[in-house]
Design a binder for this molecule. Structure first.
Ligand SMILES: Cc1cc2nc3c(=O)[nH]c(=O)nc-3n(C[C@H](O)[C@H](O)[C@H](O)COP(=O)(O)OP(=O)(O)OC[C@H]3O[C@@H](n4cnc5c(N)ncnc54)[C@H](O)[C@@H]3O)c2cc1C
Length: 446
């Protein structure tokens, strides 16, 4: 019987374990070690639980260890893997409740250890009112604090996807929210034409955004933070706060294994999720693979990838054909009344990959012009010579994210702007114009 050890019990680890068990049934013995309290939860739903849209934290948990046990998967929570010995094919595990340390051997090892929040000084010291958002328990603690009247001002550090979603969640509790971002603009994975719209939306909803700024120091009242010192353009000032949420990025959890890694610590994998060690696979936020567009390594820590990558390992270990996953890099968010999405390369990414590209930017209607007033802005990035679509970013109202997905399919299929512009698509006024805004963006590409 094949003995499999899985490290990490969330998206990558549990999708690998579940599918492998379904594939091999009694032919596989799977144990999952998870250092946290819960497994198989949807971290992506945490901002919506914190905002109050999702009523119970338990709704974020898909399956419990007991439910996995019924399906023959042994899930050990509060068990941390501290070392891997690839020569002996063993892992060293610490039971966090009893402090017992033991060794377990494997035939195949699946690393799905994810990533943790980046803690940069002065946010690297635990404080009662300094929080992070990574698991369900973080969400519970944060919502409890936001429900209290003692919290009036909240500072969010980092204006990436999670920071922005959390800013909205805090604002929905009636708090005064300030987002502090080191970069010159918010959500810098997207281009400025898109992020300017999102920044305006934040402002219109009462959220202050400080860019080109960093939290250089914290002022304390007892153990708690009473103010953060913001440095910007050589000046510094105090900003009083009752709660600080650190959303300053993530760091892959890979310190326990000696394997080939990228500069950020993510484990390098190929399209089979194989690492540089024999019989050791990695998937999800702890790993990095090549972009199918540039052929260069692309860290894409997203739930959508983690689930697919975990499943790829399960199919391969069961001797099934390799699923045809191509990393494009697709992400989306809703910010108050605006939706935004990015698929493939931004202009900045095309530039740094050394691609000879062109762009096209248009704003059009989300529905037939006589049916609704919602607008969508589309920015396309395409290869200058071949006119192949490389990336698309959309922001606006109406059906935004599903439209971005048309372009994801086009990138996967290698379509040019000219081929895309004449795609046969559904049309009826409640869904779009007779020439959909996505077709117009392709057809007006010079
Ligand atoms: C607030 C928030 C919102 C998000 N929104 C979206 C979204 O809208 N769309 C999207 O695609 N993605 C989103 N994501 C990202 C998505 O949740 C992650 O990409 C996904 O959870 C990654 O899954 P994973 O299994 O690789 O890692 P993780 O979810 O990080 O799970 C890894 C697990 O491994 C455990 N672990 C680590 N080291 C060890 C060890 N040594 N021993 C034992 N256990 C260990 C950890 O405790 C953790 O539970 C969001 C994330 C957050 C936090």
């Amino acid at each position: 019987m094949m003995k499999v050890v899985v490290i990490g019990g969330v998206a990558a680890g549990m999708s690998a374990a579940s599918k492998l068990k379904r594939n091999l049934k009694d032919g596989v013995d799977i144990v999952v070690y998870e250092k946290g309290e819960e497994v198989s939860f949807g971290a992506c739903g945490i901002p919506f639980y914190v905002s109050g849209k999702i009523k119970e934290a338990s709704e974020l948990v898909e399956r419990t260890p007991a439910q996995f046990a019924e399906n023959g998967i042994d899930v050990k929570i509060r068990h941390e893997v501290t070392a891997v010995d690839p020569a002996k094919k063993t892992v060293t595990v610490r039971n966090l409740d009893s402090d017992e340390i033991f060794v377990r051997n494997y035939d195949k090892l699946i690393v799905g250890s994810g990533a943790g929040v980046r803690r940069i000084p002065p946010l690297d010291v635990p404080r009662p009112n300094l929080m992070e958002v990574r698991d369900v328990e973080d969400g519970r603690r944060l919502r409890d604090r936001l429900q209290g009247d003692d919290v009036k001002n909240v500072v969010l550090v980092g204006a990436g996807f999670i920071g922005l979603e959390m800013a909205e969640a805090c604002a929905k509790h009636g708090k005064k929210v300030t987002v502090v971002e080191f970069a010159p603009r918010i959500l810098s994975v997207m281009d400025q034409e898109i992020t300017d719209r999102l920044a305006e939306e934040m402002k219109n909803n009462g959220v202050d955004v400080l860019v080109d700024s960093k939290v250089s120091e914290v002022k304390l009242n007892g153990q708690s933070i009473s103010a953060v010192v913001i440095e910007s353009g050589g000046q510094s000032r105090d900003l009083a706060t009752d709660l600080v949420v650190n959303c300053a990025g993530i760091v892959p959890n890979t310190g326990f294994i000696d394997v080939q890694k990228a500069g950020n610590g993510a484990i390098i994998v190929n399209e089979k999720m194989e690492t540089s060690l024999p019989d050791v696979y990695a998937a999800g936020d702890c790993s990095i693979m090549n972009s199918s567009i540039t052929g260069q390594p692309q860290y894409s820590p997203l739930g959508t990838n983690a689930n697919k990558q975990g499943r790829i390992i399960a199919e391969l270990l069961a001797g099934k054909p390799l699923p045809q996953f191509k990393l494009i890099g697709c992400s989306a968010l809703r910010l108050f009344g605006l939706d935004a999405a990015k698929v493939g390369l931004s202009e900045r990414e095309a530039q740094s990959a050394g691609v000879d590209y062109k762009t096209n930017l248009i704003t059009g209607n989300s529905y037939a012009s006589y049916y609704g007033t919602e607008k969508i802005t589309v920015k396309l990035v395409y290869e200058a010579k071949t006119r192949r679509i490389l990336g698309a970013q959309l922001v606006g109202q109406g059906v935004v994210v599903a439209r971005a997905n048309y372009y994801a399919i086009a990138i996967r299929a290698g379509l040019t702007v000219d081929e895309f512009g004449f795609l046969d698509m559904c049309y009826s006024p409640p869904f779009g114009g007779v020439w959909d805004v996505t077709l117009i963006a392709a057809n007006t590409a010079k």
